[in-house]
Design a protein. Structure first.
Length: 280
């Protein structure tokens, strides 16, 4: 009897040892909730294509276990080229949702994502450890009321429509320490006009207490005229005042640039207010 059991155990071990890895399955995702199975030795790939410039992906991932014990699931967020962006894990009985988040820049880069779901800790390949739930949302940026992300280069800088006298408020500008670390704007100031530009942090997100935002105001030759910064959770405004004098030989407006840069693993919603008037 013991011999039979030994032979049966050996055959079971041998069969399991030669079972090839389970093939990976792929699905294309849209916004909303998506469910599937967590399988020992298996991998499911959920792809998100056609990302808009500056778009933020938010994926809340969570398991519902059916295995008795030992189940694990690994979640890996990659770009379209397979580069790892975020990694998270659940160990049974953990089931609280985890957020995987990434923001593209104005190119956009990345232009697509994949969420890889890998089951581990089971007794044999193909064992169903439980189910997963992925809730996906995509939201667009609105830097300078443009409906998109302010570019990362001076050549493509986003022009703020503030050339005429008045007060202009842009309260949904956004930066992220992922791919969207720069916002660059340009402003036209007519001769004999002055500008007061105020930038202020509105809402910080993240856990990097060393993160900060830098502000730089530059002239048309990219010489820095004023700079400042605000530390994580800081709400101090950055204010700059510029006057463009009347020049007899030219009535053309002059271009100025405003650069916003975030440093560290954090994201920031900030406001811009431009007060343009004639004279000083």
């Amino acid at each position: 009897m013991n011999t039979r059991r030994m032979i049966a155990s050996f055959l079971l071990f041998f069969c399991l040892a030669i079972v090839p890895p389970l093939p990976a399955e792929e699905k294309i995702l849209e916004e909303g909730e998506h469910k599937g199975f967590i399988v020992q030795g298996g991998e499911e790939t959920l792809r998100v294509n056609a990302i808009k410039p500056g778009q933020t992906l938010q994926a809340f991932v969570s398991p519902q276990w059916s295995a008795e014990e030992g189940g694990r699931v690994e979640w890996v967020l990659t770009d379209s080229n397979g580069v790892r962006l975020r990694t998270a894990r659940h160990h049974q009985p953990e089931a609280e949702a985890i957020l995987l988040e990434w923001t593209s820049n104005s190119e956009p880069r990345p232009n697509g994502y994949a969420i890889h779901i890998r089951g581990l800790g089971g007794n044999f390949p193909g064992e169903v450890l439980g189910q997963y739930a992925v809730t996906l949302s995509l939201w667009d940026q609105n830097d300078g009321d443009s409906g998109t992300d302010a570019p990362e280069s001076y050549e493509k800088a986003l022009e703020l429509p503030v050339s005429e006298p008045g007060t202009y408020l842009f309260d949904e500008c956004f930066l992220s320490g992922t791919a969207d670390i720069y916002d660059i704007y340009k402003i036209s100031i007519k001769p004999n006009h002055s500008l007061i530009l105020t930038a202020k942090p509105l809402q910080w997100n993240g856990f990097d207490k060393k993160a900060k935002v830098r502000w730089e105001f530059l002239n048309r030759t990219l010489q820095r005229m004023k700079e400042g910064q605000a530390a994580f959770s800081g709400m101090s405004p950055f204010v700059v005042k510029i006057f463009h004098p009347q020049v007899k030989s030219s009535n053309k407006p002059t271009i100025f640039y405003f650069l916003v840069k975030i440093e560290g693993e954090a994201s920031l919603i900030y406001t811009l207010q431009a007060d343009m008037k004639e004279g000083r």
